[in-house]
Ligand binder design. Structure first.
Ligand SMILES: Nc1ncnc2c1ncn2[C@@H]1O[C@H](COP(=O)(O)OP(=O)(O)OP(=O)(O)O)[C@@H](O)[C@H]1O
Length: 253
């Protein structure tokens, strides 16, 4: 059974069609990469999936249930967590306390003692255990990204939405984070991730869906996507992206 099905979803902002009959699905246990040029509609799709926006048309089905237009807290309770592109930890709290908040407001309401146990395990999982007593404000960018991931994981999701968790990291940090993402999948969590870093997304995804101007223009394995004429065409308008696609293309063989 598909864990998530997005069926013909459309979302408009005034006269702008941000999503136009977008469909995609995620099988349990897979990593699906969502790519596309700036403004393609990737973040809007995340916002529809986790209930920030209600689409004008279409449906979102999670675990066989229609969750279209349900409020974000209810969708979180059902097992979808999201790591945001812009990381905003509770700065005066420690790393551990931040993650405990995630555990308390996750899939089930948890008592503090249990939330602490979960938070400790999750910090171990993302490689941040040694920083647990540090104030969140004192973390560097890479550590804040890990904290954001830990906060989302503490909700014990079945589906994790990752919005550019590799952005702003240096190559060593990217490689380490890719390792963490793989390990999360191994632990049984399904992942949908938006990423501009072409090498990394090609490397870590089982399948990739490409959005352009709010429409799905391609879907396939990283290999297929890297050679797809419509994808290359879509990316040619953006020199930075087309360069990274060409590099990934070479890397993908
Ligand atoms: N709240 C909003 N109000 C009006 N327009 C919006 C809103 N959110 C997004 N848009 C517009 O919808 C389109 C899709 O934006 P979205 O942020 O989903 O793209 P994206 O693929 O995530 O882009 P990026 O890669 O730059 O993050 C863009 O043209 C954007 O300007």
């Amino acid at each position: 059974m598909n864990l998530l099905e997005v069926q013909e979803v459309s979302k408009r902002f005034g006269g702008l069609q941000a999503l136009n009959r977008v469909s995609l699905h995620l099988r349990e246990g897979e990593i699906l990469g969502l790519i596309g040029p700036n403004g393609a509609g990737k973040t809007t799709l995340f916002n529809v999936i986790n209930g920030v926006y209600r689409p004008e048309e279409g449906r979102v089905i999670f675990c066989g249930r229609d969750i279209t237009g349900r409020p974000p807290y209810e969708i979180a309770r059902q097992g979808i967590a999201r790591a945001h592109q812009i990381v905003r930890p509770l700065n005066e709290l420690t790393v551990l306390e931040n993650v405990m908040v995630g555990a308390c407001f996750g899939r089930e309401n948890r008592p503090l003692r249990e939330a602490r146990q979960i938070a400790l395990a999750v910090l171990e999982q993302v490689g941040l255990a040694d920083k647990r007593d540090v104030e969140a404000a004192k973390l560097n960018v890479a550590e804040k990204k890990r904290l954001e991931l830990a906060r989302a994981l503490a909700a014990r999701p079945r589906l994790l939405l990752l919005d550019e968790v590799l952005a702003g990291l240096n190559p060593t940090e990217v490689a380490a984070m890719v390792g963490v993402i793989r390990a999360i999948r191994e632990s049984g969590i399904t992942i949908l991730m938006i990423e501009h870093l072409m090498h990394a997304i090609m490397n870590v995804s089982d399948r990739i869906v490409v959005l352009d101007y709010g429409e799905v223009i391609a879907e396939g394995t990283p290999q297929e996507i890297a050679h797809h004429p419509r994808v290359i065409e879509a990316y040619l308008g953006d020199p930075r992206l087309s360069q990274s696609l060409l590099e990934a293309n070479g890397g993908a063989g």
